[in-house]
Design a protein around this ligand. Sequence first.
Ligand code: FAD
Ligand code: NAP
Length: 345
Amino acid sequence: MPLILPEFNLARFNTLASPVTTRAYVSVASREDIVEAIGVAKEQKLPIVPLGGGSNVVLTDHLNALVVHVNLRGIELVGESDTEVWVRAQAGENWHEFVQYCLNMGWYGLENLSLIPGSVGAAPIQNIGAYGVELESVFAELTAIELASQLPVTFTADGCGFGYRDSVFKGRLKDQYLICDVTFKLQKTPQLVLGYPALAERLAGIPEADITPQQVSEAVCAIRREKLPAPEHTPNAGSFFKNPMVSQAQFDTLKQRHPNIVGYPDAESMQVKLAAGWLIDNAGFKGVSRNSAAVHSEQALVLTNPGKQSAQYVLELAEHIQAAVLERYGVALEVEPRIYPSALP
Ligand code: FAD
Ligand code: NAP
């Protein structure tokens, strides 16, 4: 039986460093541990909150829950063809270390997703994406334990309902499954995605045919290190808001009023994706602090908690920004990370 710890402080387990406690905490390293933890939660009538790297959560107050820290480890090659490999990683593997492992093995497709914090198990939940690549493009399947039945279920991409920073696990199946492992379909021959301006600029000195996946990964890491605060130095939860989608007509109206507004046409939804960072920056928030929370000076989409105070202050700053952006542009910003405990069932 894994050790259940009462009144556990989660400050070290969320990248915003919010010093909140949870009624109970357990670290699980196997499926048997998970089933036993679910049994304890049922007995004690506590909701389960799975936790990976804590990089996409905002913990504002005491959690009346059993936090299940997912620490299942292991990476294995489970299939191979002339051109592709199928690689299974356990949910507790660190995402960036997994990306580097695959690159070293000559398995390609994850390079643009280098240096995203967090765990493999949480990656499908928001269909992580960066520099023009989303997890769904390399996803094969995942196994999750259904909390109600305690039985394992396999989800292929069709069942995951992937969308822009979204999946069925944030919507219809929210809080119903604990993801145990994820299988990826990767390429033996690189198929590089180099279209994002910052990435293209960084690699401009190398002829395109000579660029390697390792160089793409290194370039992504270098850009990210320059632009994003490292959570271990400046606590943050990455982009605090999703980029909002608006109709072409709304974008045209906004463009008339704000000629420099940044928007990208989205072929799938036929809408325009606005750069939320631009909206926040141009509403005057870049570098602004309020109580102990701040807007990052290099990227206004990132809110920080430099003093490691309660994330409640970060949330208050976020609400202030949302109101200002709505008033100025008529655009509602949706918070990207999951807020607890308000989100508990
Ligand atoms: P956690 O924060 O631990 O959990 C997030 C949610 O998933 C919670 O609701 C939790 O209950 C649930 N969960 C976690 N593990 C499991 C599991 N095994 N089974 C079921 N539910 C689970 N995101 C991007 O998409 N692209 C980026 O480029 C990016 N950059 C970032 C940069 C920084 C500096 C930071 C701090 C964050 C960034 N993020 C980015 C957000 C974050 O890294 C990702 O969402 C990541 O996948 C979260 O992983 P995690 O293990 O930390 O999840
Ligand atoms: P950026 O390069 O400054 O670009 C600003 C925004 O414009 C991004 O949000 C990006 O959307 C969009 N964009 C830029 N070029 C685009 C193109 N060619 N086509 C479509 N959209 C384009 O962004 P950044 O803040 O430095 O982040 C770089 C990448 O890392 C982005 O993909 C971003 O999503 C990701 N990231 C995510 C988080 C997170 O917590 N979710 C945190 C840090 C970085 P997209 O965001 O849709 O790509």
